[in-house]
Design a protein around this ligand. Structure first.
Ligand SMILES: [Zn+2]
Length: 288
């Protein structure tokens, strides 16, 4: 060992210890960082850049003015009277460059719990939670016994209300082997009319999906969509909306495990909490 090396050794040892400490800290920080993956396209909600961490969570319930001045459109899918009015709900309406049925009957569990009852129950719970945070809430239907309204009318109600956010609540009727939830955001409608809502709707989808996943523990759909998120151009409710809007398919009613969840009032409460927190995050957290 040359003398020069010997002379430098104490300083070198100190430097080596410092470098090792820095590397060890960096490795630890990387391992304990925020959990992947972000939900959906932008990851805005998963990254939680919120200046108010409680804004979208339980703390929001204690802030009755949080959503004061904001309007939310809630659209419980289908209706209890649709099955007895096939002529009315099968007639075609214009749906943004395509023609679609006015409405549909919806899905149900094997045990006969209907989607229209599920969506009405969840949407009613969301409405109560949002009003508790100061929001003005408009529903496309206020009971579960009627027919419709048609999909074009459902969109018009949100547009006329100048809603800051709109959410259609559904549960899917997919293959029995498939499980999980997914959120549907609009792509450009065939008539191009919904261009202005595409970006904010994608943010709303991220926020609602992330909060729903947190609140319910439901997994992202394994039989449809991509990582719990789908973009579609064939839904009148999205094609005709001029306010930020998404659909959430909360579960697959034809899957036995999902059917048990949607049939459980406590789970529906968690579903409503998740949707509420997602809407709240969208309305209170600035875009990143
Ligand atoms: Zn539906």
């Amino acid at each position: 060992m040359p003398p020069r090396w010997r002379a430098l050794r104490p300083g070198f040892v100190v430097a080596l210890v410092v470098v090792v400490a820095i590397v060890a800290f960096a490795v630890h920080a990387a391992r304990s960082g925020p959990p992947p993956p972000p939900f959906g396209m932008s990851g805005a909600a998963a990254a939680s850049p919120s200046p108010e961490p409680s804004a979208a969570g339980a703390g929001a319930a204690a802030r009755p003015d949080l959503l004061r001045g904001r309007t939310v459109l809630l659209d419980p899918g289908h209706n209890g009277g649709n099955a007895r009015a096939p002529a009315a709900i099968n007639r075609k309406v214009l749906a943004g460059g395509i023609a679609k049925e006015c409405d549909t009957v919806g899905s149900q569990t094997v045990d006969g719990y209907p989607e229209h009852a599920f969506t009405f129950d969840v949407a009613t719970r969301v409405a109560e939670l949002l009003r508790g945070r100061g929001a003005t809430v408009v529903l496309t239907r206020t009971d579960d016994n009627g027919v419709g309204p048609c999909i074009d009318e459902r969109a018009r109600i949100g547009n006329d209300a100048h809603a800051d956010a709109a959410v259609s609540v559904h549960a899917d009727g997919g293959p029995a082997s498939g499980t999980g939830f997914h959120v549907i955001a609009p792509s450009l409608s065939p008539d191009g009319g919904n261009a202005v809502i595409l970006a904010p709707s994608a943010r709303l989808a991220d926020a609602v999906g992330a909060a729903f996943e947190r609140s319910t523990g439901e997994t992202r759909a394994d039989y449809i969509a991509h990582d719990g998120l789908a973009f579609r151009t064939d839904l009148g409710g999205l094609n005709l909306s001029r306010v930020p809007k998404v659909f959430i398919e909360c579960a697959n009613m034809r899957n036995p495990a999902d059917a048990a969840r949607v049939s459980d009032p406590a789970w529906r409460g968690r579903a409503a909490q998740g949707i509420t927190d997602g809407i709240t995050a969208f309305l209170t957290v600035p875009p990143s």
